[in-house]
Design a binder for this molecule. Sequence first.
Ligand code: ADP
Ligand code: MG
Length: 397
Amino acid sequence: MKLRTIDDLDVARARVLVRADLNVPLADGSIGDDFRIRRSVPTITKLLERGAARVIVCSHLGRPKGEPDPRYRLGPVGTRLGELLDMEVPVVPLPPTELPETRVVLLENLRFHPGETTNDQGFARALADLADVYVDDAFGAVHRAHASVSAVAEMLPSAAGLLLVREVSALSKLLEAPEHPFVAVVGGAKVSDKLGVLSNLLRVADTLVIGGAMCFTFLRAQGHSTGTSLVEEERIDDCRLLLEQHGDRILLPSDVVIATEMKAGVQTEQVRIDAIPDDAAGYDIGKETSRAYVDAIRVAKTVLWNGPMGVFEIDEFASGTRAVAADVALGPAYSVVGGGDSVAALGEFGYTDKVDHVSTGGGAMLEFLEGKELPGLIPLRAGSGRDLEHTPRPPVT
Ligand code: ADP
Ligand code: MG
């Protein structure tokens, strides 16, 4: 997929509206992980270097319900962005009565307005009126038809920012031209979230490695008892079908770590998957499984990892995820990791910088890998919409 880039836009002296993804964890006014803020800096810097008169950054954060909610104010995000850019970044409410004189401003949380999530034309117009051109750099939001990623992109000359281009090219490479063997490692909580991705990946991947809670729905499809492990009953048939069609390319656990409770300090045991007692659940892949998964990853030339292998938040159940993370990160394959929790795990183990591409998108990455058309990318495609138009610019003074 080819997107228009900043190079296709005339940004000198222009007011540029940048849709960034600054949706970071925020608790009591302090930012948990600023990964997404850091990743949005290069585009803003580049626009400033290219002589943009002003960069107006906007983002959503959390899920406020279409009205101001003090828990989701972007103040701390503006402060952090300002530190990274080494300049002041004031946060202004929308619509601004007056924009401050700084070169970069951050609009207050877009989801304080009901028009954002309904892709309202009027709300998009209010955003478009602030700028001459539009740059979308919010990969994490392109799967939503929201005003700041969809409607506004049709109202101004538009292009994809550096991060968005990088995300799309890394993920397109996986689907269109992966170097083989391509091993996809998928885990996490719910198989229902990821069945679409699994099917689409099976078109291109040589091996699909499955862990996390979702492996238990597959194990049930194979006829195993899974105790109190998380199983999505209504998905057992889908898993069975995938196993019938592609079983020779799907790796499932041979042993698991079980416990009677999902909490720190609990007594754990390694058992084979045909020996899970009725009163216990699997919370991690076992040692033998880890070894088999690591062996599969080591021979890969391309690896994708999404979804933890176990409840890595609790030490007793973190080994499987740690082993897989280490090999994805340190092995020789071209590596892509995505998913909020997987990226958090990677960071916790200290491997973020060792991975070729760490995606900022959770849901967006999954939908892209499912092969879905993403509403935010449609208006940015080369050859579409406002491609060749130019807006009048104030003369050089
Ligand atoms: P990502 O955000 O990387 O896409 P998911 O949101 O799909 O990942 O899943 C992450 C969650 O899955 C983690 O909170 C983890 O504790 C949970 N999880 C993984 N394995 C298990 C398991 N065996 N039982 C219960 N929860 C699990
Ligand atoms: Mg998650």
